[in-house]
Design a protein around this ligand. Structure first.
Ligand code: HEC
Ligand code: HEC
Ligand code: HEC
Ligand code: HEC
Ligand code: HEC
Ligand code: HEC
Ligand code: HEC
Ligand code: HEC
Ligand code: HEC
Length: 437
């Protein structure tokens, strides 16, 4: 990115050619150059350093870290961010404010320094990177707090991405990578002393980790949302009432569509009215009768209201559907143990399960005919299974009767043969006795 005259060897030839010699070389170079500095200073003359960036000589730690970062690998040099003159070895010349050197950056300065490249389409075009980070940032709560109320403790580019160790955002080691983001945001958002005076909750990260999403993400399930998935990264803000349904709908699209048909949606309830925003527990039927926040009885206390009727009827149909399904499952299991083929019944049971799962989505619509139809499907599939197994049992009873009859007939035949044999044997021995006499 350095637009000045290219140096003969960039980024420290010693580092690149002889990485194992890095610490020793740095040490030696530092001593030598310090001597040069004194020599040059005493002659009031500036020594030009032709073998690479002079910054590397005196700043070993930053040099090594920077070399492994995305900027190091894409030849963004120290002076691209800090300014100064990296051909000068006299530090007052290398780090001369007159040459644009900047050692420290306030929050606004950091933003404009990073954006100096990242908001410049001409520079970023070649990498296919978006150039809207600063614009987005200005719309975030971080940006508003900084620019409108002068709160300097908010996140700026380097708070989230790091400084000399910035990596591609797709790198699993990057601080902003989905599985690392909660820890990174936690750096400030778990800090009670910072958050409390601002009236911002300091338990969001702990809550998130306890909830279903946080647990999934902790198990490296990237389908679960990380902090920036719901809040935006550069535009981080809490979603407004009307926005939540779309935030959740990014992944729970079917439920969003059902929910949008409901009275609840028209009454401006949100997904989080029942599930919470960070600490979402696994939903269950218990929510229908619970009076805790999120449970139906938390809001619906009137016994004969339409909501109460919906809850009562739905629960009774649900419990019937579940009973029917469980009875059908037991019957199919027994039949399988007795040696019947139950493949087609297994398919029906699976379909019944799917309908029961779909009920969990559909009930978000509060549309009684629809939810009833779904639960009726469960019961009808279950009774189909029961009928099939009954028919199989009847067929086996018929077969058993025939078998018993055949077995009885054979037994009678055997008995008759035996009697015949005994008679013949008796006659034979009588004849033998007569003969002997
Ligand atoms: C001759 C050695 C030497 C060279 C060459 C040199 N620095 Fe430094 N630099 C130092 C020393 C020593 C300090 C610490 C000064 C202080 O604490 O006030 C420092 C401090 C800094 C700081 C921190 C400033 C602050 O306000 O705390 C930055 C950033 C920095 N250097 C960047 C650079 C860059 C970029 C270059 C190359 C253009 C460079 N340096 C070249 C020796 C050097
Ligand atoms: C992508 C921009 C960027 C690049 C490239 C970069 N720096 Fe920095 N550097 C920063 C920022 C931002 C800070 C933080 C300043 C602050 O704390 O206000 C910083 C801080 C420093 C400091 C002070 C560290 C401290 O602990 O106080 C030194 C020294 C430094 N940089 C040297 C370098 C050197 C040497 C290079 C090249 C190898 C380099 N930087 C490359 C952005 C950059
Ligand atoms: C609140 C934390 C945060 C702040 C502040 C922040 N970023 Fe990011 N940045 C992220 C996250 C998280 C991603 C990952 C991609 C995503 O989720 O959009 C990202 C992605 C990026 C990317 C990759 C391309 C893209 O836009 O997705 C660039 C480049 C970038 N940030 C630069 C910046 C710059 C420049 C600033 C300062 C103006 C900045 N970021 C401020 C969190 C932050
Ligand atoms: C001199 C121009 C320049 C400056 C200043 C600069 N960057 Fe970059 N940045 C680049 C280039 C070039 C890349 C590599 C492009 C790529 O990743 O494809 C890059 C890459 C990145 C990426 C990785 C994007 C990706 O591919 O996922 C992030 C994040 C980033 N920079 C953040 C920052 C932050 C934060 C600052 C300020 C501290 C900053 N940059 C300052 C030029 C710059
Ligand atoms: C450097 C510290 C810092 C980091 C890192 C940080 N934040 Fe913040 N954030 C703040 C501060 C301070 C505020 C309060 C701003 C105000 O309202 O004055 C804030 C506000 C917010 C708000 C708005 C809260 C409200 O009720 O208005 C959201 C949302 C937010 N941050 C999300 C995030 C996310 C997501 C991340 C990680 C990707 C993150 N922040 C990283 C410091 C930080
Ligand atoms: C599933 C989506 C989702 C995820 C993931 C998520 N949030 Fe939130 N967050 C919300 C919603 C919705 C709100 C607004 C409603 C509220 O205040 O409870 C919110 C509110 C906030 C607030 C404002 C709280 C206040 O007191 O004003 C902060 C700060 C915040 N989230 C930070 C985070 C951080 C940090 C993470 C990651 C650990 C995170 N969020 C993960 C959806 C999410
Ligand atoms: C990035 C995708 C994504 C976003 C956005 C998202 N979720 Fe999730 N959610 C998941 C995944 C993946 C699971 C775990 C798999 C599952 O059980 O369905 C999950 C699980 C859940 C669960 C537990 C389901 C169960 O059976 O245990 C609830 C409740 C939930 N999400 C509600 C929400 C709410 C409310 C929002 C918006 C504030 C939201 N989700 C935003 C992907 C997302
Ligand atoms: C009025 C309270 C309420 C609202 C509002 C609500 N839900 Fe639910 N949600 C429930 C109940 C109750 C269940 C569990 C039903 C059961 O298990 O029988 C549930 C179940 C779920 C499940 C688990 C479904 C499954 O298949 O595993 C997810 C995911 C979910 N809701 C997400 C959302 C999303 C996203 C929104 C907003 C679009 C939302 N909920 C709005 C009450 C609500
Ligand atoms: C945060 C409060 C809140 C919670 C929790 C809540 N509701 Fe509601 N519900 C409302 C409001 C407000 C209305 C609209 C006014 C009314 O009819 O009572 C409503 C309306 C309804 C209606 C429509 C009544 C009609 O007039 O047609 C039904 C059905 C309903 N709720 C069922 C439920 C069920 C089932 C749950 C639990 C899964 C639940 N509600 C949880 C606030 C809530």
């Amino acid at each position: 990115m350095n637009t000045r005259m290219p140096l003969p060897v960039k980024d420290g030839f010693v580092m690149k050619r002889f990485p194992e010699a890095r610490p020793a070389a740095l040490c030696l170079a530092r001593v030598l150059l310090l001597l040069c500095t004194f020599a040059s200073a005493s002659h009031a003359r500036i020594v030009r350093f032709e073998e690479g960036s002079t910054c590397h000589v005196c700043h070993g730690k930053e040099t090594v870290t920077h070399a492994g970062s995305v900027h190091g690998r894409f030849d963004v040099s120290c002076v691209d961010c800090h300014g100064g003159d990296d051909t000068q070895i006299l530090w007052t010349a290398a780090m001369n404010p007159a040459a644009g050197f900047q050692g420290r950056f306030g929050p606004e300065e950091t933003l404009s320094m990073c954006a100096g490249c990242h908001s410049d389409y001409e520079k970023m075009r070649q990498f296919g990177l978006p150039v809207d980070q600063l614009i987005q940032y200005k719309s975030s709560e971080h940006g508003k707090a900084l620019f409108q109320t002068g709160n300097k403790s908010v996140a700026v580019c380097t708070s989230c991405h790091g400084i000399h160790d910035i990596l591609e955002v797709k790198n699993p080691r990057a601080s902003v990578y989905p599985t690392n983001a909660p820890d990174m945001c936690a750096g400030c958002h778990e800090n009670r002393k910072l958050m409390k005076p601002l009236g911002v909750s300091a338990t969001v990260v702990a809550d998130y980790r306890k909830g279903q999403h946080g647990r999934r993400l902790l198990e490296k399930d990237l389908a679960a949302p990380s902090c920036p998935t719901c809040h935006g990264a550069h535009s981080a803000a809490p979603p407004g009432v009307a926005e939540v349904v779309n935030v959740c709908g990014q992944c729970h699209g079917n439920i969003r569509d059902q929910f949008k048909r409901s009275v609840h949606y028209r009454e401006r309830l949100e997904c989080i009215s029942c599930h919470g925003s960070h600490n979402n527990e696994p939903p269950s039927t218990a929510m229908f009768t619970s009076a805790r926040p999120g449970g139906c009885r938390n809001c619906h206390t009137e016994p004969e209201s339409r909501a109460a009727v919906f809850i009562r009827d739905t629960l009774s149909h649900l419990s019937k559907a579940r009973k029917d399904l469980s009875a059908a499952e037991k019957a199919a299991e027994r039949a399988a143990r007795e040696g019947f083929y139950v493949e087609s019944e297994q398919v029906l049971l699976k379909e019944a399960h799917t309908a029961l799962m779909e009920f969990r989505n559909t009930q978000h619509s509060l549309d009684m005919p629809d939810t009833d139809a779904q639960l009726a499907t469960v019961s009808s599939k279950a009774s189909h299974v029961m009928d099939n197994i009954k028919a199989k049992n009847e067929r086996i009873i018929d077969r058993r009767i025939v078998m018993v009859a055949v077995a009885g007939y054979m037994l009678a035949l055997l008995l008759m043969l035996f009697i015949k044999y005994r008679r013949l044997k008796k006659a034979h021995s009588e004849a033998q006795a007569q003969h002997d006499a």
